[in-house]
Design a binder for this molecule. Structure first.
Ligand code: ADP
Ligand code: ADP
Length: 229
């Protein structure tokens, strides 16, 4: 088990977003989190990644409580152990592609002469070698998402959190981006937790869980529980 939520509840004002949600993810697993809009998927992802703290319940990462760490240590853990890909890549448009990918390394005090070759190697793996000197503001949606994936993976994260990573792309580009993301994650042994409402995106995962009204259900687990025996 690398990532786990136990009985996690979180409200926004009087709106409950998660109600005692539980999810356990094994190292190297690729899990799709599905469910209707507003059901709590993003909130669950943010809690697992230590971006939101739950109102109650526990979040664990690699045998350690994440939700009770100080903000500083949680931020440090996020920076070193987690990668993030969101619907809109959140790249810095004024910077070049290579700068954007090298940025997490530079922020982690890796020297420029080490950071840029590593960034270039990831750009190559994502088929973006030609684009290193472009500004990210000039890229197509699919190219920008691939850059975001390179940036999320360049630091060698243990877990990649993705929230609707294909949400801004047409379906063919989206499938291509998912294929790349999942392929690279498997090569690296990176655990992936991906929020999506798209069944074609979820098809790349090892396992699907469904969030409904702030609760998590595992469709296979639920089906197994209905089998008499
Ligand atoms: P999903 O990702 O499944 O669409 P979310 O986790 O974004 O669902 O939202 C779950 C519920 O919590 C929704 O009712 C949403 O409006 C509410 N919510 C999420 N984030 C906030 C926030 N920052 N402030 C207020 N309400 C929020
Ligand atoms: P998703 O596409 O995953 O459903 P949303 O577009 O609903 O996510 O939300 C995007 C961001 O806005 C998230 O950070 C979420 O926490 C926040 N958010 C969602 N619902 C609300 C809300 N009702 N009020 C304020 N912020 C919200």
């Amino acid at each position: 088990m690398i990532v786990e939520a136990r009985g996690v509840s979180r409200s926004f004002g009087s709106t409950p977003a998660l109600r005692e949600a539980g999810l356990a993810v094994d190292a190297g697993e690729i899990v799709a989190v599905m469910g209707p809009s507003g059901s709590g998927k993003s909130t669950l992802l943010h809690c697992l990644a230590g971006i939101f703290t739950p109102d109650s319940g526990e979040v664990w990462f690699d045998g350690r409580r994440l939700d009770t760490l100080s903000d500083a240590r949680r931020t440090e853990l996020r920076r070193t152990a987690f990668g993030f890909v969101f619907q809109f890549g959140q790249l810095v448009p004024e910077l070049t592609v290579a700068d954007n990918v090298a940025l997490p390394l530079l922020l982690g005090r890796v020297r420029r002469r080490d950071a840029y070759p590593r960034a270039d190697a990831w750009l190559e793996r994502l088929g973006l070698a030609e684009l290193g000197k472009r500004r990210t503001g000039e890229l197509s949606g699919g190219q920008a998402q691939r850059v975001a994936i390179a940036r999320a993976l360049v630091g060698g994260p243990r877990v990649l959190f993705a929230d609707e990573p294909t949400g801004s792309l047409d379906s063919l580009t989206g499938e291509h981006v998912m294929d790349l993301m999942v392929g690279l994650a498997r090569e690296e042994g990176t655990t992936v937790i991906v929020v999506t409402h798209d069944a074609r995106v979820a098809a790349f995962a090892d396992r699907e869980v469904i969030v409904r009204d702030g609760r998590v259900t595992d469709p296979l687990g639920a089906a197994a529980a209905r089998v008499p025996g």
